[in-house]
Design a protein around this ligand. Structure first.
Ligand SMILES: C[S@@+](CC[C@H](N)C(=O)[O-])C[C@H]1O[C@@H](n2cnc3c(N)ncnc32)[C@H](O)[C@@H]1O
Length: 244
């Protein structure tokens, strides 16, 4: 496996789930959209430290496979699996030899790391090829209309900076600023038509962009006002699509 900018970041991504934004808004929205996973087989594309994979297993998924390109992310997720023994499979190659065997695929913040259109289609096609007909893919790219003011997202633990004019595959610096962490990641911006074109090319026909919702816990802990700016203009979009 080649070196990845994520190899140094497993603990950062693990600890990011201390942020209310990730748990009470993003994860709450994703899991609410997914609904009941009991008995389902799920592929977590770009599983990172494995937080979603573990949660989906705890919620009753029958089979969870976490796929990631970063050796260190997989090592971190596998170490937790050795302790918890949930039966999650972590793999460094997409399970393409199992076509049509998954009910659900998620790709949380993985599409922003495709560096060109062909890689974007390849990532979407992992879901397209491994899902059964009618299977669902939930994915979170950078919001094509995210707020251009770098400070807009600081209340949630991050800053976003266009490092070049916005266009397909243009670089965006994501500055993770929370707890003791100050880490930067370079992500790629994709326009809405290009994201939809890539998803269509990967075999998805119905493509929805549902809104986020905050959990009752999130509202009671932080108040409506805290969430308003993010809900008005999230840094990432939520895409929910189905395989034809
Ligand atoms: C921003 S992290 C998100 C991790 C996790 N999904 C989460 O929500 O915390 C992006 C992850 O995608 C992985 N990744 C990036 N490009 C990938 C690719 N082409 N194939 C598989 N994984 C990839 C990275 O190694 C990294 O772990």
């Amino acid at each position: 496996m080649s070196r990845s900018q994520f190899d140094e970041l497993p603990q950062v991504y693990e600890d990011m789930f201390d942020l209310d934004w990730r748990v009470q808004l993003e994860m709450h929205s994703v899991l609410s959209l997914i609904g009941d996973v009991t008995g389902k087989s799920v592929l977590d594309i770009g599983c990172g430290s494995g937080v979603y994979s573990r949660r989906l297993n705890e919620l009753g998924a029958d089979r969870v496979v976490g796929f990631d390109a970063s050796e260190q992310m997989l090592a971190h997720a596998s170490r937790i699996e050795e302790t918890k023994r949930q039966g999650i499979e972590y793999v460094d190659e997409p399970p393409l030899s199992d076509p049509g065997s998954f009910d659900l695929a998620i790709g949380v913040y993985v599409l922003p790391y495709a560096e060109n259109y062909s890689e974007l289609v390849d990532l979407c096609s992992i879901a397209g090829r491994t899902l059964r007909p009618g299977g669902r893919f939930l994915t979170l790219p950078i919001n094509p209309d995210y707020d251009p003011r770098a400070e807009y997202y600081t209340p949630y633990g991050l800053r976003m900076l266009d490092t070049e004019p916005r266009a397909d595959a243009s670089r965006v610096r994501l500055e993770l600023r929370f707890g003791r962490y100050q880490e930067d990641v370079i992500a790629r911006y994709w326009t809405r038509p290009t994201l939809e074109r890539a998803l269509h090319a990967a075999g998805f026909d119905s493509i929805d962009w549902p809104p986020y919702r905050v959990s009752a816990q999130g509202i009671s802990d932080r108040g409506e006002q805290y969430w308003r700016p993010y809900l008005d203009c999230p840094h990432a979009a939520l895409i929910d699509c189905r395989k034809s």
